[in-house]
Design a protein around this ligand. Structure first.
Ligand code: PEP
Ligand code: MN
Length: 363
């Protein structure tokens, strides 16, 4: 159920409605929008009388949401969610496009510094890299763990980039929340409901990658798990799904972008690296992702991909990344969008990034 407040409703009126909902043993999710605040209700709603809420001061209407996802839906929030990063000018989901780049895995301090410097110079906003790697084989490199997170924090300090990295379980989640600016949940964990709920209790934005065979509804329901726990800063990411096609590692499903944008207010990025698995296809599909309306890209870049400890074949070289950023700018301009200005490491030391707060900060 969804309570749509009148545009003139006061904060006290919103609070009173929330209190009433909570007193019924349900959870109230006030989501401020450009025009009005809507309050999502989650929990077993058998006990709610729509009429009793409708009569409260400031309430416009009470709507039954028929879709299984509620907080994720545009029904609750018609305008796009824009996620801000305090202390910087970076926003995800706004008019301008954001770019995340870096190696698949953090392999060493030297490797991370080399790539960090190159992607920062080319215009990336986020440094990506795995410290905990969900590998298909237990005998391959599993990541540097907390040492990898420390190296990423050093990249942030040195080059002013924000940091996005994956948490693979509840244990790594705590550390990732401490070190990263965005917590990544990988394709293999998209339906790890325990991890999703824990991520929903953190105070950092979550980048949720689409599961390898997830339908659009399953993907949105995974985001709903995170939001239902109170973390409304979710960024979706299309990274390809498993199909019969074998000319690429996965099939990058770019039609998902407009489909998501119709149903949900959440920002959506595209990962053309895992989406194709092949270096020569990353630039064309990265360009296409922007053309189709994605809010940004997350790309694997390596200065020596032949010796990368993971995903070398799909990692592009720093020169290619520079070319991609320039192409993204041109395609964005056609759509009357821009690319977020690069971070200035001197003016914007984002060392101690404030945790992004509940929905109010997402505007
Ligand atoms: C990654 O980003 O390194 C990764 C493992 O991605 P995915 O979960 O999409 O496979
Ligand atoms: Mn990878």
């Amino acid at each position: 159920m969804l309570v749509v407040m009148r545009s003139q409703a006061t904060e006290e009126q919103v609070r009173a409605v929330c209190n009433k909902i909570e007193a019924l043993g349900l959870r109230a999710h006030p989501i401020p929008g450009a025009q009005r605040t809507a309050i999502g209700i989650t929990g077993n709603q058998g006990t709610v009388e729509a009429g009793s809420l409708e009569e409260m001061p400031g309430v416009g209407e009470v709507i039954r949401v028929s879709k299984p996802y509620k907080l994720v839906s545009r029904d609750i929030k018609p305008d796009n969610t824009v996620i801000l990063f305090p202390g910087t000018h970076v926003a995800i989901g706004g008019k301008d496009i954001v770019i995340m780049a870096g190696p698949c895995s953090i392999e060493s301090r030297e490797q991370a510094m080399t790539i960090g410097e190159q992607v920062a110079r080319a215009g990336a906003h986020f440094f990506r890299g795995g410290a905990y790697k969900p590998r298909t084989s237990p005998y391959t490199f599993q990541g540097l763990g907390e040492d990898g997170l420390k190296i990423m924090a050093e990249v942030r300090e040195r080059f002013g980039l924000l940091v996005v990295t994956e948490a693979i379980d509840n244990e790594s989640l705590e550390l990732v929340e401490e070190y990263a600016d965005v917590i990544q949940i990988g394709a293999r964990n998209m339906q790890n409901f325990s991890l999703l709920k824990h991520a929903g209790r953190t105070r950092k934005p979550v980048l949720l990658k689409r599961g390898m065979s997830a339908t659009l509804e399953e993907f949105l329901m995974a985001a709903e798990y995170i939001m239902s726990e109170g973390n409304y800063n979710v960024i979706l990411c299309e990274r390809g799904v498993r199909t019969f096609a074998d000319h690429t590692r996965n099939t990058l499903d770019l039609s998902l972008i407009p489909a998501v944008q119709r149903l949900s207010h959440l920002p959506i990025l595209v990962d053309p690296s895992h989406g194709t698995g092949k270096r020569n296809k990353v630039l064309p599909m990265g360009r296409a992702a922007i053309a189709v309306g994605a809010d940004g890209l997350i790309v694997e870049v390596h200065h020596d991909p032949d010796h990368a400890l993971s995903d070398g074949p799909q990692s592009i070289l720093p020169d290619q990344f520079e070319e991609l950023v320039s192409e993204v700018k041109q395609i964005a301009a056609v759509l009357k969008r821009g690319v977020v200005a690069p971070l200035d490491p001197v003016a914007e030391t984002v060392l101690a990034v404030e945790p992004t707060s509940r929905p109010a900060a997402a505007h």
